[in-house]
Design a protein around this ligand. Structure first.
Ligand code: ZN
Length: 183
C-alpha cells in the first residue's frame, strides 16, 4: 500500500471521533500532526533502509550517491527515487568570463558563497575575475532534473539515524536506480 494512502487512512481514523468543542479540535489537530510526523519519519527510514541495502550490494547495486554520480544517473533517466537531505545548503553557481564568454557551473555551500572570490578565467588572459551570472539552490536543480525523467523526489530529514546518514555519509544526495549501471 502506498504511504500516502496509509497516511490518509490514519487521518480519517484519527478525525472520525466526533470532537466538537475548541479544545477537542485543537487536540485533534495536534494528534493528526504528530501522526503525520511519525508516519513521515517511518517512511523515510524505510526508504533509506532500502537504499542502504543497495549500497552494500557488490553486484547489480541499485544505489547511486554523491553529487556528480547522482546527477549523471539522473541525466540518463536511470533514477527511480531521488533522495535529498533537507539539510543540504548548497548552490549551483554559473560563472561567466566577460571577455571570452567562457562559462562553468560550480557547486558551493551557502556559507562559502557569502565570501566567495570568483576565480579568473582559465580560457583567456582576462585579468578580471569571472562573474556570477546565475545561482540555483542544489535541491531545486536536482528536483528539476528528477522531474524531467519522472523520478520520485524524497526529501529526507535527519530525524532518524538512517535519514541522518544520507547527509553525513553521502553528502546529502543519493538515489535508488531503475536499473543497475555498469561501471
Ligand atoms: Zn575568458
Amino acid at each position: 500500500m502506498c504511504a500516502e494512502f496509509e497516511i490518509q487512512n490514519k487521518i480519517i481514523n484519527t478525525f472520525d471521533t466526533g470532537y466538537t468543542d475548541e479544545f477537542g479540535l485543537r487536540e485533534l489537530v495536534s494528534t493528526a500532526s504528530e501522526t503525520m510526523t511519525s508516519l513521515k519519519i517511518s517512511s523515510e527510514k524505510k526508504i533509506m533502509k532500502r537504499f542502504l541495502k543497495e549500497v552494500t550490494k557488490t553486484k547489480d547495486s541499485l544505489a547511486v550517491y554523491g553529487e556528480s554520480e547522482t546527477r549523471k544517473a539522473l541525466e540518463i533517466g536511470a533514477v527511480d527515487i531521488l533522495l535529498l537531505s533537507e539539510n543540504l545548503r548548497k548552490f549551483r553557481v554559473k560563472l561567466v568570463c566577460s571577455t571570452c564568454n567562457y562559462f562553468e557551473w560550480i557547486t558551493i555551500s551557502e556559507d562559502d558563497l557569502e565570501e566567495f572570490n570568483t576565480p579568473n578565467c582559465s580560457k583567456c588572459d582576462n585579468l578580471m575575475r569571472m562573474e556570477i551570472e546565475d545561482k540555483i539552490d542544489l535541491i531545486d536543480e536536482f528536483s528539476d532534473l528528477a522531474e524531467k525523467t519522472s523520478s520520485i523526489v524524497e526529501i529526507i530529514s535527519s530525524s532518524s539515524e538512517e535519514g541522518d546518514s544520507l547527509y553525513s555519509a553521502f553528502n546529502g544526495i543519493a538515489g535508488i536506480l531503475r536499473y543497475p549501471l555498469d561501471n
